[in-house]
Design a protein around this ligand. Structure first.
Ligand SMILES: Cc1ncc(COP(=O)(O)O)c(C=O)c1O
Length: 390
C-alpha cells in the first residue's frame, strides 16, 4: 500500500477477492477449463436486444429516468412479484437498481449504522459480506449445517443475536452452495426477525433456477413480514443480462424512500437502455428462462455424475438450485482451499473458486459453476481424474 494514500480503514481492511484473484491467474493459463464464474454463458435473447435497439432509435435512452425507474417497468415488476413471488406490491414500493448488487448495497447503507451486526449464513456470497463492511457494519457469520444440505442452523442464529443485531441477509437459491431454503426454514427465520425487531434483506438472484421439485419461496410474501423485508431480484441470471446491469428491489412504503436516498448517490437511476430491455424481458416470451433452467439442470446432473467418479477426492451435497455447487475437499494433502485451487489451476489447468472466498466455514471446499457448456465440464473432470490418479 502506498503510504501517501490515506485510504479508509473500511476499504483498506477489506480482503482482496479470491474470485478475482483466481480469474486473474486463470488468464495466464492457456486452454484452461474454467469453472470459476457464476455468470450466464448464454447471450441475451434476441427480442430483448431488439427492444433496446428500438428504444435507442426512438430517442428514449439519452437522459435519466425517474430515480425509481420507468413506470411501465415498475408496473410489470408489480405483476411479476404477485405472480411468481406471492408479494402484493404497489409501484411505489419498487426500486429499479443497477443489478441486484446496487440494490443490496443501497439497502444495507439505508439500514446499517456503524457497528450494527448483520447475520449472514456461512458460506455465503462474499459480496454480501463486503456490503456490510462498506457500511461499517459487522458481519456475523452463522455456519450452515452442511450434512443436511447446508440448511440454516436456527438455534445458532438465535444464539448469535445481540443488542446490536440489526438484520439478517441471505441469498436463496444460494451462491455458493445451491441450497434452496424451504418455506419452513424461512418462517423460522421470520419468527426470529419479528421477535428481535430485525430487517431481512434477501438476494433472490437465482429464483427461477430450482430443481427436483424444490420451490423458491420469498420471505417477503409472509403477511406479517411485509414491513421488515427488502427483497432483491435481478435480470442478470433470469434473462442472461449480466452486462446490462439491471435489477430491482421491493420493500415497504416506509423503507423505500430511505433506500432511495441511498440509491441516488450510487446510481441516480438504473441504466435507462437496460430498463427498456428489462421491460421487454418481462413482457416477452418466457421460454428462454425455461431453456436456461433445463440447461442448468442437465449440467448439474453431468457435474454430479463426474464428481461421483472422484469420490475419493470430493464429497458434495447435490445443489437444488442456482448453477453452483460447493464440494468438500476430502484429501488432506490438499492444503487450504486457496493453495488447492492454485495448484489445480497450475498443474491440471482447471479453474475453480476457493471456498474460503465465501466465509471461514467455506475452507476445505471449492465452488464449481455448472453454468458452462457440457464439454467444459468433461474437459475439467477428465483433467482432474488424470491429475488425482497421479
Ligand atoms: C447471489 C448473487 N447475487 C447477485 C449477483 C449479481 O447480480 P447482479 O448482476 O444483478 O448485480 C450474483 C452474481 O453472481 C449472485 O451470485
Amino acid at each position: 500500500m502506498n503510504d501517501h494514500l490515506r485510504i479508509s480503514d473500511r476499504v483498506a481492511n477489506m480482503k482482496k477477492s479470491a474470485i478475482h484473484e483466481m480469474t486473474r491467474l486463470s488468464k495466464e493459463i492457456e486452454d484452461v477449463a474454467f469453472l470459476s464464474w457464476a455468470k450466464p454463458t448464454s447471450d441475451t435473447p434476441e427480442h430483448i436486444k431488439e427492444a433496446a435497439i428500438q428504444a435507442i432509435r426512438e430517442g428514449l435512452v439519452g437522459g435519466y429516468s425517474e430515480t425509481a425507474g420507468i413506470l411501465p417497468l415498475r408496473e410489470e415488476i408489480v405483476k411479476k412479484l404477485e405472480r411468481d413471488n406471492d408479494i402484493q406490491a404497489n409501484v411505489s414500493e419498487v426500486l429499479v437498481t443497477v443489478g441486484a448488487i446496487e440494490g443490496l448495497s443501497a439497502a444495507v447503507m439505508a439500514i446499517i449504522d456503524p457497528g450494527d451486526e448483520v447475520i449472514l449464513p456461512s458460506p455465503t456470497y462474499s459480496t454480501h459480506i463486503r456490503q456490510v463492511l462498506l457500511a461499517s457494519g459487522k458481519p456475523v457469520l452463522v455456519p450452515l449445517i452442511e450434512e443436511k444440505g447446508y440448511l440454516w442452523d436456527i438455534d445458532a442464529v438465535k444464539r448469535s443475536i445481540t443488542p446490536r443485531t440489526k438484520a439478517i441477509m441471505y441469498c436463496s437459491p444460494s451462491n455458493p452452495t445451491g441450497t434452496v431454503f424451504s418455506e419452513t426454514q424461512l418462517q423460522e427465520l421470520a419468527r426470529i426477525a419479528l421477535d428481535h425487531d430485525l430487517i431481512v434483506i434477501t438476494d433472490e438472484a437465482y429464483e427461477y433456477f430450482t430443481f427436483d421439485g424444490k420451490n423458491h419461496f420469498s420471505i417477503g410474501s409472509l403477511p406479517n413480514m411485509e414491513k421488515r423485508v427488502v427483497s432483491t431480484y435481478t435480470f442478470t441470471k433470469t434473462y442472461a443480462m449480466t452486462g446490462w446491469r439491471i435489477g430491482y428491489l421491493h420493500a415497504s412504503k416506509e423503507l423505500i424512500p430511505q433506500i432511495s436516498k441511498a440509491h441516488i448517490p450510487f446510481a441516480i437511476c438504473a441504466p435507462v437502455i437496460s430498463q427498456y430491455a428489462a421491460l421487454a424481458a418481462l413482457k416477452g416470451p418466457q421460454d428462454c428462462v425455461q431453456k436456461f433452467r433445463a440447461h442448468y439442470l442437465a449440467m448439474r446432473n453431468v457435474m454430479c455424475e463426474r464428481l461421483d467418479r472422484l469420490g475419493s477426492v470430493f464429497e458434495y451435497q447435490k445443489p437444488e438450485g442456482s448453477y453452483l455447487m460447493f464440494p468438500r475437499i476430502r484429501i488432506k494433502e490438499g492444503g487450504d482451499s486457496l493453495s488447492f485451487c492454485k495448484k489445480l489451476l497450475r498443474e491440471a489447468k482447471v479453474s475453480a473458486t476457493p471456498g474460503i472466498a465465501f466465509g471461514d466455514s467455506g475452507e476445505s471446499h471449492l465452488r464449481l459453476s455448472f453454468c458452462v457448456p457440457e464439454q467444459t465440464i468433461h474437459k475439467a473432470f477428465d483433467r482432474m481424474e488424470t491429475y488425482f490418479k497421479n
